[in-house]
Write a new protein. Sequence first.
Length: 603
Amino acid sequence: MINITFPDGAVRQYEKGVTALDIAKSISEGLARKVLAANVNGQVWDATRPINQDASLKLLTWNDNEGKSTFWHSSAHLMAEAVESIYPGVKFWVGPPVENGFYYDMDLGDKKMNEEDLGKLEKKMQELSKENSSYQRKEISKADAVKYFSDKDDEYKLDLLQGLNDGEITFYTQGKFTDLCRGPHIPNTGFIKAIKLTSIAGAYWKGDEKNKMLTRVYGVTFPSQKELDEYLKMLEEAKKRDHRKLGKELSIFTFDDDVGPGLPLWMPNGAIIIEELERLAKETEEDKGYKRVVTPHIGKESLYITSGHLPYYLDSMYPPMQLEGIKYYLIALNCPHHHKIFAAEPKSYKDLPLRLAEYGTCYRYEQSGELFGLMRVRCLHMNDAHIYCSKDQFYEEFKAVNDLYLKYFKIFGIEKYVMRLSLHSPDKLGKKYVDEPELWIETEQLVRDVLIKTNTPYVEVADEAAFYGPKIDVQIWSAIGREFTLATNQVDFAQGRRFKLEFTTHDNKTDTPLIIHRAPLGTHERFIGFLLEHYAGNLPVWLSPLQVKILPISDKFSDYSKTILQKLKKADIRVEIDDRNEKIGKKIRDTEVMKVPYMLVVG
Ligand SMILES: [Zn+2]
Ligand SMILES: [Zn+2]
């Protein structure tokens, strides 16, 4: 017998060789129908793979990100099976899951596939899914694997095999299709009930334009038709709410080739939204005991060597400016400057917790292909702050940060959110993670306690922490159900030491503070992009660039309109008059298009 530990800590005994699917069945048939894969000792496995020793187990369903990505990756195999039956001789490169669905890159030889063929392919996939073929895992020697793909004359899989060794090679077969794959996959194709192939594109092999152009087919699948319908509806709505489209229509931001890609120019309407958001942040932070600082946009190379960002993050920074033999970089984050402010004057326990806040401007050199409206930019304004505290203060400080998030979620009507808590992995201490075994366990537990006690929805992810401490990624969903990463909170026990930050303790010793990096409103760029979609451009009154428009129906009412204008202005309301010589109907329509919350029709 072996012991299986469940996420709630319960331990149950099973026969050696039991599968996650068996275990699900022993709990309930209904659950077994939903299990897509399992997390076994921190690794995602096939639900049908035998477990031969004591293990921790989490059953993964559609509600888990790993369950979803396993579902979508398995759908890529199903699509490949369908492609192979329609285009015999096709060769496949890779077929990973992506944010919303999956793709597979393929070499169709001298055959062609176009948008119209996707319908046919979908139909074939539906047929094959109904066969309920199981995804069968087989360990295979490198020699046998090479022989299999040599016989098929498949240079792509042979290329993949080059990088693999005996003992780590597996084949997966469903129906008539066999693929080189490390898995995992869902139990059988019958789980894939609703299929939509979304697009077809060219993609160079290995992303290199000197290589052959392969055909890439994108698709998305769901466990039911209802979910597919909802997804397609959401996509349609997202198109209407696209922040790039709204940003242009409402004159919020623009880009200019002469300024440079990824560098947004905020127009007067955008600047008002920014100022209101900053006002909210500043008032809230002042109330919570933060102190504001202001720091330069550049810093010397030595600063980033101390912080450890150079040379590792060189690729994501703008190239340096060299002056009098010294290299200066545009800052990619505000932390090092804040640490230097902490270090500027001696600190005692009485100075802690110290919370330094700044709407800091940072520059990151995102690859051109990655730039996307306001979501991926090269200049960002961050709702940043660093909290320096002792270990005893950590729980309260982290809780206060979490409360801040919850407060903001309420203000902006963000109803769905999840904190993704990334933990360290004990066997990688001293390599991937700072070698502080006790501190890791202690702070991870404190963070977990905060999330549990405040009833904040969260998930834990093993082995994805930052180098210097546990990390919390904040995922939020817009009103139409699209997911955004808002911000990252990090606990940091390395930077304090790297910057030799110290404080005198109660008993006159010196200690290094823990640091919390936090940015609840993320960056202006990403957050305003999110808000535009979330509110479909209909911003709440306090954020609206123009709050009131006065529309006189004729010149006769012009003077009276002006007295109202003055009164509202005195009350700090953002107001304008439309005194054009136009029909009132047109004035109303134009004001509606600009999504002004209040129209005062005079006459
Ligand atoms: Zn696979
Ligand atoms: Zn920071």
